[in-house]
Design a protein around this ligand. Structure first.
Ligand code: GRF
Length: 193
C-alpha cells in the first residue's frame, strides 16, 4: 500500500519536511504528493527543493473566502489524497473543504487541545503558567482547532522558557508525533488508503 498525502503549510514547513523524509525513508507507507500553501513561504521552497509538487492558493486571488476554499478543495482533490495534513496552515478551512475531506483531514496543533486553541497556543500556554503543554493531532471538523483528538504528546515547560524556545521543543516532539500519526492512520486504513 502506498498512500497519497497532501500537506498544507503557511510557514517554515519543518513538520512537512519531517513527514516527507519519513515517507522517503519508508517509515510511512505513503508519499507526499504535494504541498499547498496560502502564500509563498519557506515550507513551499523546501518542498520544491525536495522535488515535491507545490502550489500557492492565496485568499487574495479570490473574491471571498468561500471561493478561495472551493478552489483550495479542487486543487487538493486533484492529488487524490488519502490524507490531508494541515501542518502550520494559518487559515481557517471552509466548511466545504472540511466536509470534502472529513475523516482524512488532520491538523497539528501546538498545545494539548482542548486547551489553548487558536493562533497563539504556545504564547497562551506560557501566559497561563501551565507546567505542561504539548501537541495534538486531531481530525478536523467544522470548529476551529476542533475535532476528534487522535494523538497527543506532552512537553514540559521549563523555567525561563520563551515562546520561541518552548515552540522549538514542541516542534521537536511534533516531528516524531506527526510521522507516527500518519503511519498509524494509513496502516489502520482509516483514511481509505
Ligand atoms: C507547528 O507547531 C504546528 O503545530 C502549528 O504550526 C507549527 C508549524 O511549524 N500549527 P512548521 O511550519 O511545521 O515548522
Amino acid at each position: 500500500m502506498s498512500g497519497r498525502i497532501v500537506v498544507l503549510v503557511s510557514g517554515t514547513g519543518s513538520n512537512m519536511m519531517a513527514l516527507a523524509r519519513a515517507c522517503e525513508a519508508g517509515e510511512v507507507p505513503a508519499r507526499v504528493e504535494a504541498v499547498v500553501g496560502d502564500r509563498a513561504c519557506e515550507g513551499l521552497s523546501l518542498a520544491a527543493r525536495a522535488g515535491i509538487a507545490t502550489e500557492v492558493c492565496a485568499p487574495r486571488d479570490y473574491t471571498d473566502r468561500t471561493q478561495w476554499s472551493a478552489a483550495l478543495r479542487e486543487r487538493v482533490a486533484l492529488y487524490r489524497p488519502d490524507l490531508v495534513v494541515s501542518a502550520g496552515f494559518m487559515r481557517i478551512l471552509g466548511h466545504g473543504f472540511v466536509d470534502a475531506f472529513y475523516g482524512r483531514l488532520v491538523n497539528l496543533h501546538p498545545s494539548l487541545l482542548p486547551s489553548f486553541p487558536g493562533a497563539h497556543a504556545v504564547r497562551d500556554a506560557l501566559a497561563a503558567g501551565v507546567k505542561v503543554t504539548g501537541t495534538t493531532v486531531h481530525l478536523v471538523d467544522r470548529g476551529v482547532d476542533h475535532g476528534p483528538i487522535l494523538f497527543q504528546e506532552p512537553v514540559r515547560v521549563r523555567a525561563g522558557d520563551t515562546e520561541a524556545s518552548l515552540h522549538e521543543r514542541i516542534k521537536g516532539v511534533e516531528h516524531v508525533l506527526l510521522v507516527q500519526a500518519c503511519r498509524s492512520l494509513l496502516e489502520a486504513g482509516q483514511t481509505g488508503a
